[in-house]
Design a protein around this ligand. Structure first.
Ligand SMILES: NC(=O)c1ccc[n+]([C@@H]2O[C@H](COP(=O)([O-])OP(=O)(O)OC[C@H]3O[C@@H](n4cnc5c(N)ncnc54)[C@H](O)[C@@H]3O)[C@@H](O)[C@H]2O)c1
Ligand SMILES: [Zn+2]
Length: 355
C-alpha cells in the first residue's frame, strides 16, 4: 500500500506466520515489545505467536468473539491491559482475529499514547481481503455501527490463508461475497479465475486462496493508495452492492451476516446496472450464478420489508450528508460511481430480488 511515509506491505503466504512476523525488521529492533490482542476463537494461533515473540511480548489480551466486543468497553479494557503491560512508544500492537479484532485493536493502537503501530494478522476471509487493509479502525455505539473511529494505517499485514481452515463455513462464504465484489469492480481476470476454479476455493485450497487473496489485496491496496480517506471518490468503488446491502443488513436486524446482505445488495445493483448502464444480460447471469455457487442468499425473504430497507438507506444517506450514490457495473471489472437512483428504481430492484 503506497502512502508515502505510511506505506506498508501485505504478506500473503501459508504456514509461516511466526517466522514472517519475526523476520520483519521493526519487530527485531532491540527495544520493540509487542502487545497481542487475540480473538477468543483463534487462541491456538495466539499461543503460537506468543511463543514466537518470546521476551518481546509485553502482554496480551483475549477478546470475546463477536460483534458485541467492538465497543468502547473493550477499548477501555485494552487501555487497562496496556497500562499493566507498560506499553510505551517502542511498543507495537498485534491484532489477531477477524474484522472485529482488527477494528477494535486498531482503534486502541490509534489512540494509545496518540498512536502506536499496529500489525494486522487477519484470520477471517473478510479481514484478509478487506478490513485489515486501509486503516479504518473503530467501534460501534448503541445508536449505530462504526460511529467512533480513526484512520490508522497498519505497519504491516500478515495473511496466512491456512488460518482459515477453522473458520465456520457460513463466515467463509460471507467472505466470498467480498471476493466476488473485487472481480466485479476491478478485475475481470479474477472473476474469470473464480468461475474456473471456484471448487478449489470452496475447498479452501491454500494455494488457490493465496492467489485470490493476493489479487483482492492488490485491488484494495491500489484503491486505498489513491484515496486514503475517501476524499477523491475512488474508494467509493469498494461500496459496490453496499448501498442496498447495508439497507438489507439493517432491516434484517443482523440476522444476515454482512457478506450475505452484500450478496443480495450486489444482485440488486446488478439489476440496476442492467437498466441504467446496460450491463449485458450474459454478464449479469455470470454474476448471479457465481453468487449462487458461493451458497450465498440470492433471494430476499419476506420478513425483511422494503420500507425498512429504504428507511435504512435513507438513514445512511443522511449520515453521509446526502452523498449516498450508487456504484453500478458497466461490465464485469468496470464500474461507475456517483449514480443517482430513484426510490422507485430501488423498490423495483427489491421486487426483482423477491421474485
Ligand atoms: N475496517 C474496515 O475497513 C472494515 C471492512 C469490512 C468490515 N469491517 C468490520 O469487520 C467486522 C466483520 O469482520 P469479520 O467478518 O471478520 O467478523 P468477526 O471478526 O466477528 O469474525 C467472525 C467470526 O469468526 C471467528 N473467527 C475469526 N477467525 C477465525 C478462525 N480462523 N477460525 C475460526 N473462527 C474464527 C470470530 O471469532 C467470529 O466469531 C465488522 O465489525 C465490520 O464492521 C471493517
Ligand atoms: Zn463489505
Amino acid at each position: 500500500v503506497r502512502l508515502g511515509a505510511r506505506s506498508y506491505s501485505i504478506h500473503v503466504g501459508g504456514g509461516s506466520l511466526p517466522a514472517e512476523l519475526s523476520r520483519y525488521p521493526r519487530l527485531r529492533a532491540p527495544a520493540t515489545r509487542a502487545f497481542l490482542v487475540c480473538d477468543s476463537n483463534v487462541q491456538a494461533l495466539g499461543k503460537r505467536l506468543v511463543r514466537a515473540l518470546g521476551r518481546r511480548l509485553a502482554g496480551n489480551a483475549i477478546i470475546q468473539a463477536g460483534e458485541a466486543s467492538k465497543s468502547l468497553a473493550t477499548v477501555e479494557h485494552l487501555y487497562g491491559a496496556g497500562a499493566r503491560a507498560k506499553l510505551d512508544r517502542h511498543s507495537i500492537v498485534i491484532a489477531v482475529g477477524g474484522g472485529v479484532i482488527g477494528d477494535v485493536a486498531g482503534y486502541f493502537a490509534a489512540t494509545w499514547l496518540r498512536g502506536l503501530p499496529v500489525v494486522h494478522v487477519p484470520t477471517t476471509l473478510v479481514a484478509q481481503v478487506d478490513s485489515a487493509i486501509g486503516g479504518k479502525t473503530g467501534v460501534n455505539l448503541p445508536v449505530g455501527k462504526n460511529l467512533v473511529g480513526a484512520f490508522h494505517q497498519p505497519l504491516l499485514v500478515v495473511v496466512d490463508p491456512t488460518t482459515l481452515r477453522t473458520l465456520p463455513e457460513r463466515e467463509y462464504r460471507a467472505g466470498l461475497a467480498e471476493v466476488i465484489k473485487y472481480g466485479i469492480i476491478a478485475d475481470a481476470t479474477l472473476f474469470r479465475r473464480l468461475e474456473m476454479r471456484f471448487d478449489r476455493l470452496l475447498r479452501r485450497e491454500p494455494s488457490e486462496l493465496a492467489w485470490v487473496i493476493r489479487r483482492c489485496c492488490t485491488i484494495k491496496a491500489r484503491v486505498v493508495s489513491q484515496d486514503e480517506r475517501e476524499t477523491t471518490g475512488l474508494r467509493a468503488i469498494l461500496n459496490f452492492g453496499h448501498t442496498i446491502g447495508h439497507g438489507i443488513e439493517a432491516a434484517a436486524r443482523y440476522r444476515l451476516l454482512h457478506g450475505e446482505a452484500i450478496a443480495l445488495g450486489m444482485l440488486a445493483a446488478v439489476g440496476l446496472s442492467q437498466r441504467v448502464l446496460r450491463l449485458p444480460d450474459s454478464e449479469a447471469e455470470r454474476i448471479s450464478s457465481l453468487i449462487r455457487r458461493a451458497g450465498l442468499p440470492a433471494r430476499l425473504e419476506g420478513g425483511i420489508s422494503d420500507e425498512k430497507i429504504l428507511a435504512a438507506i435513507r438513514l445512511d444517506k443522511k449520515r453521509a450528508a446526502g452523498q449516498v450514490r450508487f456504484v453500478l457495473a458497466r461490465r464485469i471489472g468496470r464500474v461507475r460511481t456517483g449514480i443517482v437512483v430513484s426510490a422507485l428504481s430501488i423498490r423495483k430492484a427489491l421486487e426483482r430480488l423477491r421474485a
